[in-house]
Write a protein that binds this ligand. Structure first.
Ligand code: SAH
Ligand code: SF4
Length: 417
């Protein structure tokens, strides 16, 4: 069994346990999943290659690992045949373990995953006509306890490692059969900004949202390192324009998010005054609305072409009045924010104390914002039947019996195929 010793994160706000970047394995081999080129080269050098060879091998392995999705060193055809067993004796390329794969009637898919030290987390794939979005988790559980969110009720919280984060995207590509095939030639072509230079036929996974379990800006370093692998032209090669990170409002980390990751920003606003936001998004007591909106105004890279998304969950008689809609418009205009608003009908879960606003109320709220010149679409809930919709993620395994889990685990291969 792997030993993932927990260590405190230096300088982190509200630290939660995070494991080391390399999890020691029982067989002594090192899992390369989640490591950048430089770290892989260091490991190769430490295992005996000279610096130049280590750098070259790291570059080759990096390409096979992240760009081609290969997990077997023997398939790395540009690496000498004699070198491959040397690698396989010392290293592995892993994947997060799948406990359960579920399919919604609307096509949404959810996977329950497990870390080496036995923590469970989830990822969700949402296919649409023009895109396929993977909703990725950044933590097991969440420390923030937003009152309407099921994830916030989980007791256990731990940061996911870069490997556990990028591993979700790689698992999704495995499951969707989406790794590029064919010769290496052509695959090394330089990307254009939108990743449009690289679109294998039938690509289903086009977008990533950091909107699964956890607060990504409370696990900043690991989320950044994982997304760097996703955005690397020789890695998963997805454009930063197709990636959105959602935060509940960790103000001190927002500028770094823009500068060091550079992805689109979504902010879970959900209320327009202190009293209500303090109640439903408790981090507001620490970083208030004014501070949050000022940080949005300063967000690097935000423009009319790349607007900030404000997520707004529709809670009956709590935050859904005409006055709330008008105040939302006023705030966006006051701070001159290039913004769009995503209205999310509240997704219920057992024990939740809120109700979803009526469809008429949601429509009226949307109209008011829209009439002020701000786009405010109502999101259609997806995957509600398998508890995959926004805010419903809470590892279902906690609620299932061992026998049920075993039966479902048996089905997972079939579901994946
Ligand atoms: N922790 C981050 C990202 C994950 S949550 C954040 O809070 O921004 C993704 C979105 O779903 C957030 O806007 C969150 O507030 C919203 N959400 C949470 N619970 C919900 C629920 N029960 N119904 C609808 N949306 C919910
Ligand atoms: Fe955490 Fe986001 Fe849920 Fe709030 S809404 S408890 S920040 S996952």
């Amino acid at each position: 069994m792997a030993d993932t010793a927990l260590m405190p994160i230096p300088g982190q706000i509200d630290p939660v346990p995070t494991p080391r970047d390399i999890t020691p394995r029982a067989d002594g081999r090192v899992d390369l999943l989640g490591l950048p080129r430089l770290r892989i080269a260091e490991l190769f050098a430490a295992a005996g290659l000279d610096a130049k060879a280590a750098k070259l091998r790291a570059k080759q392995v990096f390409h096979w690992l992240y760009h081609r999705g290969v997990t077997d060193f023997d398939a790395m055809t540009d690496i000498a045949k004699t070198m491959r067993p040397w690698l396989a004796e010392r290293f592995v390329i892993g994947r997060p373990e799948i406990v359960l794969a579920q399919h919604s009637t609307d096509g949404t898919r959810k996977w329950l995953l497990k870390t080496d030290d036995g923590h469970e987390y989830e990822m969700v794939f949402i296919p649409d006509a023009d895109r396929g979005t993977l909703c990725v988790s950044s933590q097991v559980g969440c420390t923030l306890n937003c009152r309407f969110c099921h994830t916030g009720t989980m007791r256990l919280v731990r940061n996911l490692t870069p490997g556990e984060i990028v591993g979700q995207v790689m698992l999704a590509r495995d499951a969707l059969g989406e790794w590029p095939k064919g010769s290496m030639a052509g695959l090394d072509e330089v990307e254009d900004e939108d990743g449009g230079g690289y679109t294998p036929d039938g690509r289903l996974l086009t977008n990533i949202v950091m909107m699964g379990m956890g607060e990504p800006l409370y696990n900043f370093d690991n989320v950044r390192d994982a997304l760097k692998l996703v955005m690397d032209g020789d890695g998963l090669a997805l454009s930063k324009r197709r990636i959105t990170l959602s935060t509940s409002g960790v103000v001190p980390m927002m500028a770094r998010c823009g500068a060091e990751i550079g992805v689109n920003l979504a902010v879970s606003l959900h209320a327009t005054n202190k009293a209500v936001r303090d109640e439903i998004v408790p981090i507001n007591r620490k970083y208030g609305l004014e501070e949050l909106l000022a940080a949005c105004a300063d967000y690097p890279g935000a423009s009319n072409a790349r607007r900030i998304t404000f997520e707004y969950v529709m809670l009956k008689d709590k935050n859904d009045s005409d006055a709330d809609a008008r105040e939302l418009v006023r705030l966006i205009k006051q701070y001159r924010l290039p913004a769009k608003v995503n209205l999310i009908p509240f997704n219920p879960w057992p024990g939740a104390i809120y109700e979803c606003s009526t469809p008429e109320r949601v429509r009226r709220f949307s109209d008011i914002v829209f009439e002020a010149g701000i786009s405010a679409p109502v999101r259609t809930p997806r995957g509600r039947d398998i508890d995959a919709a926004c805010g419903q993620l809470k590892t279902a395994a906690q609620k299932m019996s061992r026998a049920e889990l075993d039966r479902l685990a048996d089905e997972k291969q079939a579901a994946l195929g």
